[in-house]
Design a protein around this ligand. Sequence first.
Ligand SMILES: CC(C)(COP(=O)(O)OP(=O)(O)OC[C@H]1O[C@@H](n2cnc3c(N)ncnc32)[C@H](O)[C@@H]1OP(=O)(O)O)[C@@H](O)C(=O)NCCC(=O)NCCS
Length: 169
Amino acid sequence: MHIRPTLEHDIQWLPDVERSAAQAFTAWPALAWLAQGDVMNRETHQAFVDAGGSWVAEAPDGRILGFACARFEDQALHLHEVSVRREAQGQGVGRRLLQRVADAARQAGARELTLTTFADVPWNAPFYARLGFEVVDEGLLSARLRGILASELAHGLTGRCAMRLCVGA
Ligand SMILES: CC(C)(COP(=O)(O)OP(=O)(O)OC[C@H]1O[C@@H](n2cnc3c(N)ncnc32)[C@H](O)[C@@H]1OP(=O)(O)O)[C@@H](O)C(=O)NCCC(=O)NCCS
């Protein structure tokens, strides 16, 4: 398996990867509805690719197993999405994608890699914690992260938290 920057011709496969990844939520009744949720559209993927903020995990046979996309916000690289096809989950693909995003953050001189996620879902906050991320305490949230969490809550997403991985010197 190979992690590399996303190319334009990969974009056609990414909505299906995200839909497949979201099937994980069928195992979590309170969030099972996410398995049928909207996925990122082509234009959004294109914008991440154009900005150099998208990576894919490619299997030896050329199949795209997962992707991650992130963008710079303030002094941080912010992870917008990471998805691994349902049948490829639990095999280290997500870990490798996140390592690549963290490397990109370091190379670009970012201070931290940030994200928001579900605090209690085993393949969300606990997954990131295993990779070294820490939950940002409510009182220490930046205006940016506070704004993202407020927007998610307004869209019906409860039980979310912000996390950060320090990548700066
Ligand atoms: C989150 C996601 C990208 C993780 O990718 P993955 O390839 O399955 O994760 P990995 O195999 O690299 O696992 C990395 C670590 O997390 C743990 N982990 C992953 N999935 C887990 C699960 N369902 N339950 C418990 N632990 C889990 C692994 O045990 C592993 O730890 P270890 O290396 O110390 O043993 C993937 O599960 C996914 O696409 N989920 C649906 C979409 C989603 O929730 N995206 C995140 C949005 S915030």
